[in-house]
Design a protein around this ligand. Structure first.
Ligand code: IMP
Length: 186
């Protein structure tokens, strides 16, 4: 089946492509943005985005909204991750956390799938820690400062397959793959 992924983020597109291999899906990237409302939850952003996109996009599509929730910062940047990354970057987050001993954080992804007006959401999360310094060159966003609990490497030190095996997005994508494979709508 043909599936459009509406995203301005090339890194997310590569991760989707890797994880959906074998799902009999022809994934096409639509490099456009949609309104991301200010709300407390990633699910809220996804629901509003799909309502808006349903009027513009023909055929099945997916979107992805993700956030980094840092314990000691009461969940910041969370739903404001895109803004925080633009404003502070990884160096700014590390400065903000200077001297903090509790470096626990959770990455979360919510994927919205729309097929013939039917909406579903698939989520995933990954627990880990914020490193003391930036490490690695791969990936995007906060990857150089996030080390999942089950690894000695940051996401930016992994290849796409390794990141997908452990990451929030990888977990959500495994659910998406199962949903697509079992969907009567395909
Ligand atoms: P978005 O709103 O889902 O596009 O992402 C919010 C912010 O989190 C952006 O700055 C992204 O670069 C960053 N981000 C999203 N997913 C990941 C990831 O898997 N690794 C690192 N940063 C991410």
């Amino acid at each position: 089946m043909k599936l459009k992924f509406i995203t301005t983020n090339e890194g997310k597109f590569s991760e989707f492509n890797d994880a959906l291999s074998g799902a009999d899906v022809n994934l096409e990237r639509l490099n456009m943005s949609y309104p991301e409302i200010q709300t407390e939850s990633l699910e809220g952003v996804i629901a509003f985005g799909m309502q808006w996109l349903d009027k513009k996009i023909h055929g099945p599509y997916v979107i992805d909204d993700s956030g980094l929730f840092i314990s000691e910062l009461n969940g910041f940047p969370g739903v404001y991750s895109a803004f925080a990354f633009r404003a502070l970057g990884n160096a700014g987050i590390l400065r903000l956390m200077g001297g903090m001993r509790n470096r626990k954080a959770i990455f979360r992804t919510v994927i919205g799938l729309s097929i013939n007006g039917h909406h579903s959401t698939l989520d995933g999360e990954c627990e880990g820690t914020i490193t003391a310094t930036e490490r690695g060159e791969s990936g995007f966003g906060f990857d150089p400062i996030f080390r999942p609990s089950d690894s000695t490497m940051t996401f930016a030190e992994m290849n796409i397959g390794e990141k997908n095996a452990l990451s929030h997005r990888g977990a959500a994508l495994r659910k998406l793959k199962n949903t697509l494979l079992s969907s009567p709508l395909r």
